[in-house]
Design a protein around this ligand. Structure first.
Ligand code: DGJ
Length: 725
């Protein structure tokens, strides 16, 4: 009797004890993302913002956990009680479209002093579906990566219809989205709009050349439009070389929901039991000092953790594309190699047009896919070219486009089933070419062999330019048969498989990512590429805008910029000064330049080499936006604040321009700096009153220098060095 009473009391006691909420704190040195379980066992976002000095403070925040559409569920699922865009949606074997994910467990582990990984497991009570949420934090850089893994044990495959990488909530007075959109030769045009009730979607469904119209990154200014040095700014990007989608939804209570991931359009992925589906990483930083600090966070993180050879050097080069297009032979190339040497660059890069025999690649209409050298054009083959480059004293790099094929090619004749094309309709061609079906392992072998064969025959090839000129059209994979919904995703996975193999076999091989200009620029691809080609548009005026746009997310060493003949109304100096903001190259017939211009270019290469450590690895400060006036200015400062490079451009100044001093940033106010103008035309001396003078860092930052002029399309580069170095 006594025992029964005690048991009864125990049972009553247990049932009245409420499980304590589980709180998960995901932090960098600057930011806290705090998640908490609700009474219903589901997981919600409690807080995202500037880091709390005392963690106990966030326990006072009320959890938005009501089981209705207004709750801030970390990974909201469609069908049950969510009123807004879900992060996850799945069709179960019984046709049911609803899931509810509950917290199961989590782990956090330090990878090293700076990096920590948190994994949270969620599960559905009714269906054998599990989702793992991953968060990796980079404390010093203030960057967080988040992605998910989805797995199920239903009897048959399920169709997953939404599978975001990340969902974040904000509650601010207003939200201002900056997108980076445009077109071929018009990449990353910045435009900002305030977000009001409803959704704004940034997405692409172009497959291979995914960001031809819009780039996989964005900025959201919270409470005010994002500014360079003040205010809270979210900067995010998806590491995925394929279709992406960012959904920005302002709900009925004026909360902002940001959902990032693969674009599920035409990609309701068929997931087999026990197969793990990993979404791409969404990478973000929350800066409290505007987008300038946000960019510096991302650049530092990228150099240290993501970009191929992120902390290493880069090769300057002379490319033949604009100097010759398809019209070259061994003599012409040998001449260009000598010019490269004379110019002082590290490498000669041979572009499109060196391959194909049955269908020689004399234009973009044929030959793509046939990666054998055109014998009657280059009788000594690639080994001959490598040898000539060596004799000239420069390294040799070469262009390839392994993912593509012309229908006029031997590859197409042999393997029409290797091509993405509809079995029952006429193909739609983009630049006369079709995309190979990289979901097929045999095609992956082919793409790998393009690099591998060249490297096996020519181990001294120092560099590849990997191009990708067409989006995926005619979406049908002969290989995937009844899993056509998986094609866009399997394509990207196939590409990564190829790139993984290349990286494993040739770990130190630098490569440029190119996609008909800047049609690809994402941080997953950049694990395999040392740099990307920002745009085919090398008109320096346009490039100031394009490089300004990309610089929000990518460090200078990742952005290839070449001096070309675009816009001959601008001086060679202006063109060079603009290209020197990034990873410098030339794509111009040097012999056509005046003697002075040739001398100038050689000096510029020397100056660049002297300063490239600061340009490549320094912190960026964007001082004057081309979007806000007739001038632009950017500077890089090295970590000890001893050395800086300053770029000043006058684009189309007006007579009425009231020129103001340019205030520098990022220097040490207690140091003295010597200011010297470099990149002057031969025989010219600096007109700047500050030239060769010394100023305190404080003066340079508080008063600034008189550097802008009213001279149309003029530019100046200044080297700034701490005195005593
Ligand atoms: C597009 C690239 O952007 C150009 O630089 C050049 O490599 C051509 N393709 C070659 O076809």
């Amino acid at each position: 009797m006594k025992k029964t009473i005690i048991l009864l009391m125990l049972l009553i006691g247990i049932s009245t004890i409420k499980a304590d909420p589980i709180t998960i704190r995901i932090s960098t040195d600057q930011t806290d993302l705090v998640l908490q379980t609700g009474k219903n066992g589901r997981l919600f976002q409690l807080y995202l913002g500037e880091k709390f000095s005392s963690p106990s403070d966030y326990t006072n925040i009320p959890l938005k956990e009501k089981t209705d559409g207004m709750s801030w569920e970390t990974y909201p699922v469609s069908g049950a009680d969510s009123y807004f865009e879900p992060a996850f949606s799945i069709e179960h074997n019984d046709g049911n479209l609803t899931s509810i994910l509950k917290y199961v467990s989590h782990t956090s582990k330090k990878i090293d002093n700076n990096v920590e990984e948190t994994i949270i497991t969620l599960r559905d009570d009714l269906y054998p579906v599990e989702v793992k949420l991953y968060y990796t934090t980079f404390a010093k850089e203030n960057v967080i990566k988040s992605w998910t893994e989805i797995v199920h044990k239903e009897k048959k495959a399920v169709s997953i219809k939404q599978y975001a990488s990340s969902m974040l909530y904000f509650r601010n007075s207003s939200y201002h989205l900056t997108e980076f959109s445009g077109d071929w030769a018009n990449e990353v045009r910045e435009s900002t709009q305030q977000l009001n009730f409803g959704k704004k979607i940034l997405d692409t469904k172009l497959g291979a050349r995914a960001n031809m119209f819009v780039s996989p990154f964005f900025t959201v200014g919270l409470d005010q439009a994002a500014r360079e040095n003040e205010g809270v700014v979210l900067m995010g990007t998806l590491a995925w070389t394929g279709n992406f989608r960012f959904t920005f939804e302002v709900d009925n209570l004026d909360n902002l929901r940001v959902i990032s991931g693969i674009n599920p359009e035409a990609s309701h992925y068929v997931l087999e039991p026990n197969e793990v589906f990993k979404t791409p990483e969404f990478i973000f930083t929350l800066s409290n000092q505007g987008k300038g600090q946000g960019s510096r966070n991302l650049h530092r993180w990228a150099r240290k953790y993501q970009l191929k050879d992120g902390e290493g050097d880069r090769l300057s080069l002379l490319n033949n594309w604009e100097a010759t297009y398809f019209d070259f032979d061994e003599t012409k190339l040998a001449g260009l190699m000598k010019e490269a040497k004379d110019l002082g660059v590290d490498m000669f890069l041979l572009d499109d047009g060196w391959f194909g025999n049955k269908y020689p690649r004399h234009s973009d209409t044929q030959g793509l896919g046939d990666w054998q050298v055109t014998k009657n054009k280059l009788p000594n083959g690639v080994p001959g070219l490598v040898k000539t480059a060596k004799e000239a004293g420069v390294k040799f790099g070469i262009w390839v486009e392994p993912e593509m094929v012309n229908s006029k090619s031997e590859l197409y004749e042999k393997h029409p089933d290797w091509v993405i094309q509809l079995p029952n309709r006429e193909p739609y061609y983009f630049r006369n070419q079709l995309v190979l079906d990289l979901s097929n392992p045999k095609v992956q072998d082919h793409a790998f062999s393009v690099i591998d064969n060249l490297m096996t025959e020519n181990p001294d090839i120092a560099y590849f330019k990997w191009d990708c000129n067409s989006p995926i059209t005619n979406i049908y994979s002969p290989y995937l048969k009844d899993k056509q919904n998986n094609l866009y995703i399997e394509y990207v996975k196939g590409l990564y498989n190829v790139l993984d193999r290349i990286k494993a076999k040739y770990p130190n091989l630098p490569m440029m990512l190119c996609s008909g200009g800047g049609g690809r620029s994402d941080y997953d691809a950049l694990q395999y590429f040392t740099e990307f080609w920002c745009s085919d548009n090398t008109d320096p005026i346009e490039r100031i805008f394009i490089q300004w746009g990309y610089s929000q997310f990518f460090p200078a060493k990742a952005m290839a910029a070449h001096v070309t003949s675009w816009n001959k109304d601008t001086s060679v100096k202006f063109r060079t000064d603009v290209a020197m903001m990034c990873k410098l190259g030339f794509d111009i017939n040097i012999k056509e330049l005046s003697k002075d211009d040739q001398t100038f270019c050689k000096d510029a290469v020397k100056n660049y080499n002297n300063l490239k450590e600061v340009i490549y690895d320094g912190d960026i400060y964007r001082l004057a936006s081309p979007y806000e006036g007739n001038h632009a200015s950017v500077m890089y400062v090295d970590e000890p604040k001893d050395k800086a490079v300053l770029y000043v451009y006058d684009i189309f100044p007006r007579y009425a321009d009231n020129l103001k001093n340019l205030k520098l940033q990022g220097l040490d106010k207690n140091k003295s700096y010597r200011v010297k103008e470099i990149n002057l035309m031969p025989g010219k001396t600096s007109k700047l009153s500050c030239n060769e003078k010394t100023f305190s860092g404080e003066y340079l930052m508080k008063v600034g220098l008189d550097l802008f002029t009213k001279d149309r399309l003029s530019s100046r580069i200044l080297e700034i060095t701490a005195v005593g170095l």
